[in-house]
Ligand binder design. Sequence first.
Ligand code: GLA
Length: 377
Amino acid sequence: MKLMRAFSAMFFCFALLGVAMVNAQKVSKDSFGKTAEGEGVDIYTLTNRTGMEARITNYGGIVVSLTAPDRDNKYADVVLGFNDLDSYLKGHPYFGALIGRYGNRIAKGRFKLNGTEYKLAVNNGENHLHGGIKGFDKVVWIAQEYKSRLGPALSLTYKSKDGEEGYPGNLTVRVIYTLTNRNELRIDYSASSDKDTVTNLTHHSYFNLAGEGNGDILNHRLALKATRFTPTDAGSIPTGELRNVNGTPFSFLKSTVIGERINGSDEQLKFGSGYDHNWIVNGPAGVLRQAASVYEPTTGRVMDVWTTEPGIQFYTGNFLDGTLTGKGGKPYARRTGFCLETQHYPDSPNHPTFPTTTLKKGVTYKSTTIYRFTARK
Ligand code: GLA
């Protein structure tokens, strides 16, 4: 009897502790303004148990800010972005946004599916980029905030109409952002369509682990678990070749300073104006495995990227030119942020040898990516 009482007391304590831990996470909702069409937009603040905070708006599913601790447990905002909705509405290079229906480029905005040729909106020279003129980064998502077992979460839903930006099929997309109590920003994507279509969803945060507005990212060290990448033509469309990174400035198999080789004479670096390429993540797609690790030496911040996707676009903010001013009042100059966009390879609908991006009618698309933050002494 005594033993039973001791056990139930212990159980009660654990239960209390559990409740206390769950209670420490927070989610709140505020108005973030209105779109040009007068649609109301909100901003959600997710705070996890350790004190990390993510602010996410349902306009474009944009992560507006994200704090992470350094080696002295000091938090800083590590993503580029703006303080107000109007700055996002004026136009920006996909800061923190959800990207769809197709992340990265589709050559000439054309592809064939089941014998029919589809013509997409063209918004990047002669090519289609990041879902077109009004991609998922510029639409208002239906949002629901909640507390999950893993941490505070935000569910975002968007119904993309048949024909939108030229794509076939009514596509229902759901993205769940969770700020886990293990200091991860976890993104779970799912989608389904009423007609065969193509889908390649990603997230476009620009990270600066020294803190947004705090100089360029060239002294960050990057490791990519990728033995091959997809070289492109001058318009950033993959040639179809899967090239081994050995002996090239594209080898990040050993952690390497980003700026070390970026201005070299390699033709691929010239085409991208720096790094703006898709690497093939080692290991089986569909399985959550580590793709990248980034270390910032002055603060000790580390970001590890895990994904189920077959590829990852590493982009060094080559087109930032100082004309946009960020949250802390500093202009975002060239290479002051980097992106690690987990994805299927660019232009897959025109490359039958690449892993397929066809989403069959009635089948559920699923993808998960985790950005995990730690600090090294
Ligand atoms: C992706 C593309 C880049 C660029 C950025 C946004 O990374 O590959 O070329 O368009 O998005 O500017």
